[in-house]
Design a protein around this ligand. Sequence first.
Ligand code: AMP
Length: 543
Amino acid sequence: MMGLMPGLMMNRPLLVQSLLDFAALRHADTEVVTRSVEGPIHRIDYLGLSRRTQQLAHALVDLGIKPGDRVATLAWNTWRHVELYYAVAGIGAVCHTINPRLSTEQLAFILNDADDRLLFFDIDQLNAVAAVKPLAPKLERVIAMTDRANAPRHERLSAIEIYDDLLAPQSSHYDWPEFDENTAASLCYTSGTTGNPKGVLYSHRALVLHAYACCLTSTMGLATEDRMLPVVPMFHVNAWGVPYAAPIAGTSLVMPGRKLDGDSLFELMDAEGVTCSQGVPTVWMSLLDTMRRQGRKPKALSRIVIGGAAASEMLISAYEDEFGIDVSHAWGMTEMTPLGVVNTLKPKFKALPRDRQLTQKLKQGRAVYGVDLRIVDGHGAPLPNDGKSPGHLQVRGPWIVKSYFKAERTALTPDGWFDTGDIATIDPDGYMHITDRAKDVIKSGGEWISSVDLENAAMGHPEIAHAAVIGMPDAKWQERPMLVCVGRNGARPDLAAINAFLATKVPKWWLPDRVEFVDVLPVGPTGKIQKTKLRERFLTPKS
Ligand code: AMP
């Protein structure tokens, strides 16, 4: 545009290193506690963490790591992993976090695709590292994230370096370079339910802006008095940004290491006075079992965020009504750093009867400032925000992917939006509700049935613990819903009994035509139910 007048403010780049620098200066004695992978509880404060991060930066430079190089981690949520986040990005390199639940083949693919030069790993990953090393020729060194006393050995890995030994001789002062805020800081691959996983390359600018957003009271509301336990892993979308956001707010971090079952989480949360936490529904189901057995909640826990998959009404109500823990539903994705929407209630909903309130809370939430949302029909035409019309959910904003790592083509629509692959409605108050993945939606007689809503309704049945809904081909209706369930305590209610219950919750024409019971639902490496496996098992004709 002609004639614009430039602003006269400093142009300081938004670099992630500044987040930890700030915490080291302004929240020097705030704790970062870890249940270490080696076993004992480990304590450090932000000042100590910053000093070790600077030592690590020197060590990385000594190992020949240059700006733009990729450094991989195969690790749980620990203080060393936080140090890696900051040291690698701080020297201008890229911290590539990898999911320890991947198979050797997937791991090799990702290491090779990213051209990782170093691999830092937690000691329980030793066998995975030994198996993948011969398949990743560009990997120069493997470094165990531990100290000499816990140094692992493996007959097929001749040279394992020890993290704490690398740091020991180094100075705890590093002059962080200043560079363009659009430089890449970290890399995470999508879960890859279809085809090979794709790399999402986060910039410093995106991570810093996203960290600010995580501190808003309408999102996670991180505060100085909080003790936050991110159950959501640091290998999956930067633990939803928590390691970058907590230093801004001076929030204490409580890192769970590798023990993520309900009993272990309860014990750590209780002992460490955790006030808030974030994770996927399966984690909260497991903690709920423990709380019910103990007859109480972890003493200071006051709020949780549920995201990554749809939260059910049963889950939200159990946390809020039985234990007095506030629940915020949230939605995002790897391609979005990941925060997209969070559900905090507008005052007018707080005055509603509880069942109406719960209906509103079940929605994934309102867009965070910085994320534009729209829903469109199959031809890309925008649909109304009436809370009824489901459409393809598209997003844009400063922390949303533009193109995938090494991809030649843009990941965007011609008019610059990213199609999430989700189907959603948006209501007049701006609350977005995911009704399906585009590939999972059930098309029955020209209408869409939401598999997510049907699953939620089924999980309200007292004898159903978990449920997944898939579309069965149907000559008359094109597709009809089929319910695959895990019974509670071995129960197996029949289709008629289930449908009698569901008929009070969903339209008649949504009622499933078939039900099958399984012992467990197949779950992928990031905790999502693998519907393709269910389709293969129940819907592929046997030859
Ligand atoms: P990922 O990139 O692995 O984090 O997966 C992102 C996808 O998970 C989204 O596109 C949604 O399909 C799903 N997802 C995330 N959060 C929710 C939620 N609260 N409810 C329903 N689906 C969700």
